[in-house]
Every structure is written in structure tokens, then in C-alpha cells.
Ligand binder design. Structure first.
Ligand SMILES: [Mn+2]
Length: 338
């Protein structure tokens, strides 16, 4: 099997290499003679547990890779292997057949071991602390961009390695857009303030959303907030090994549907998370896999009323042997920023 995803290679070797457009391939062989094909440009520790095959930009690196592959059997490739590498390898008849084999690594990555759980916990702890700092940025007349910009520095001050995705800050009706990019919209009295943020710590990600209100909240927005919170809590309360992802999604969705906002909940309930913000395995109606201890994913119901208000409340959860540990401890009670 060829593994090309940098996060899979990080998971298996402990080395994070971002190759850009260059070839990076970890070749796993049944006989245990694993090899990593890596450009001379990238420095890695002396011993990473596999043989290194080095090449330069001017080498015919695909022929080098092909010469190491067993041509007589099926080759697994991961879903991220670029067509610009795979198609020439197929032309060179590097293998007898090719299969998508991402699940081999993705299924292992889905369940975090004790060490990974510790890091995930720490990343969310920093995110909880950061949210308290971010609220302080909400001041009269401030724009979304002005709130989003200092966030990376704040994360670093709190011990994170940076953010896990660009911060999402949305005021008022902008919060009703699915994925709004912070712009020069100024804050107004009565606006909702949606903050969807995450940091990276020792290679692992956090992700959390809170929605606040500035100075006042309309009775309609308050109703919407209450429904989203109820959906969030109902979903978290049922998390237990053996429960299906699709049933968690349905539980939250039913709360929102019954309240009359089914159409305004426009996305899946959550996604798996770890080395990447979005990992294989989502909390949606189409994923009927059972959850297992060690899995980490988000629970993020939302209601988006076009032109008016958007509310999303997101926590990360860790499935335990006896239920679930919510990794975020920041309050979810409706909060009006004075
Ligand atoms: Mn998320």
C-alpha cells in the first residue's frame, strides 16, 4: 500500500512532512520492508522506523518508486494520492491492480489511544480558555475581521501551536450563512455573535462553537438558542459505545424538526476530529457505523434563519467505555455580552 496523506504518515511515523506538490509516499509491504520515498529537501530524524529512499527534483522519482513496488500483486492507495502520481504509475504497470485502501489507516486513526486522548483533552482545554479571551474582543463598533485577527496570537500565548482552521466570526445575519468568512461588518446592538474556532496542539486539533448576543436578544433569537442547546444536550446525553452515528444525528435533528426549524438545520450534526479537523466518519444520517471507545467527534447542531440570526453550539466529545466525556467545559447557557 502507498500512503501519501501527510497526516497518515505523521500518525504512523511521528514525522510531519508537508510536501506541497512534491512526491511523498510511504510504501507498506506485507513482508515488513516498509520504505518512505522522500525528497532531499525535507529533513527527518535519523531513525523513523522505516527505510528512506531519497530523490531530488531532477530525478525520475516515479520510476524509482515503481522499481520498489511488487508488480505482480494489487497495490492499495490512499484517497489523497494525487492523480499526477497515480496515473503515471499505472502507465508504468507498477502493480497488477489498484484498490482504494484508506480505511486501513483511517479506521485505526478513528479510535484515539490514551496518549492521543490526553493531547485532545489539552487542545480543547486551551480552546475553552481562548473562548474567554475572545469574548473580551467584542467591543462597540468592532468588525468581524478585528475579532478574528488577534486569535492566532492568543492561542499561541495560551500554549497552542496555532489555529487548526481559520477562525470563523459572524455577526447578526452573517451567522445564518453556513461558512461565513470574517469581513468588515461592524457589530450592532442585538446582533448574535457566532464564534467557531479551534487550535492545534502537538499535532492534534480542537474545534468549538459558541453563539453569544450583544447587549440584547430578541425573543425569537432566544427561542432559537434554546432549541439548539436542547438538541446539543440531547445528542451528547445518548453517546455510549455501540450507539450509531446516524441515531445521534437523528436525535438532535428531531428536536429541531419538532420545534419547526428542520429546514434551517442545513448540515450534518458533526464530524470526526484528531490529527485533522475533519477526519473520516461523520455524524450524519448516512453513517450508520457504531461508535467505539476512543472516538472523538463534534456535536454541532445549528439553526440558520436567513437574513436574521444563526445559532450553532458545538462541543467535542470523546467516547469512553461507559459513555462520553465532553471535552469542552465552556458554559453553554445563553450569554448576553454587555
Ligand atoms: Mn466543527
Amino acid at each position: 500500500m502507498i500512503i501519501s496523506s501527510p497526516s497518515n504518515i505523521f500518525y504512523l511515523t511521528g514525522c510531519l512532512i508537508i510536501p506541497g506538490e512534491r512526491l511523498l509516499a510511504l510504501y507498506l509491504n506485507r513482508d515488513g520492508s516498509h520504505k518512505i520515498f522522500i525528497n532531499d529537501l525535507f529533513t527527518v530524524p535519523e531513525d523513523i522506523g522505516v527505510e528512506k529512499v531519497r530523490f531530488s527534483d531532477s530525478d525520475d522519482y516515479l520510476s524509482i518508486l515503481s522499481s520498489h513496488i511488487d508488480h505482480s500483486t494489487t497495490l492499495g492507495v490512499d484517497k489523497n494520492f494525487p492523480a499526477r502520481f497515480l496515473l503515471p504509475l499505472m502507465e508504468k504497470k507498477a502493480a497488477a491492480d489498484y484498490v482504494l485502501a484508506s480505511d486501513c489507516v483511517d479506521n485505526e486513526r478513528a479510535c484515539k489511544d490514551a496518549q492521543e486522548q490526553g493531547i485532545m483533552r489539552k487542545a480543547s482545554e486551551i480552546n475553552d480558555m481562548a473562548m474567554k479571551e475572545f469574548i473580551k474582543l467584542i467591543k462597540p463598533g468592532v468588525t468581524e475581521r478585528q475579532v478574528a485577527e488577534p486569535m492566532e496570537k492568543i492561542y499561541r500565548r495560551l500554549g497552542a501551536d496555532g489555529y487548526s482552521f481559520p477562525p470563523l466570526v459572524a455577526f447578526g445575519k452573517n451567522a445564518a450563512e453556513g461558512h461565513h468568512t470574517p469581513d468588515d461588518t461592524p457589530l450592532k446592538d442585538g446582533d448574535c455573535v457566532l464564534i467557531d474556532v479551534g487550535c492545534r496542539k502537538d499535532g492534534y486539533c480542537s474545534d468549538m462553537t459558541r453563539t453569544f448576543f450583544y447587549r440584547s436578544v430578541s425573543s425569537h433569537a432566544k427561542e432559537v438558542y434554546g432549541i439548539v442547546l436542547k438538541a446539543n444536550r440531547a445528542a451528547e446525553a445518548m453517546i455510549y459505545p455501540g450507539v450509531r452515528f446516524c441515531d445521534i444525528d437523528r436525535t438532535a435533528r428531531d428536536v429541531i424538526k419538532k420545534a419547526g426549524y428542520g429546514k434551517e438545520f442545513t448540515h450534518r450534526l458533526g464530524h470526526s476530529i484528531g490529527i485533522e479537523v475533519h477526519e473520516n466518519g461523520d455524524v450524519s444520517s448516512s453513517n450508520c457505523d457504531e461508535i467505539k471507545p476512543g472516538m472523538t467527534f463534534s456535536i454541532e447542531p445549528g439553526i440558520y434563519v436567513e437574513g436574521e440570526v444563526g445559532v450553532r453550539i458545538e462541543d467535542l466529545v470523546l467516547v469512553t467505555e461507559t459513555g462520553c466525556e465532553v471535552l469542552n467545559h465552556d458554559t453553554k447557557e445563553l450569554k448576553i455580552i454587555p
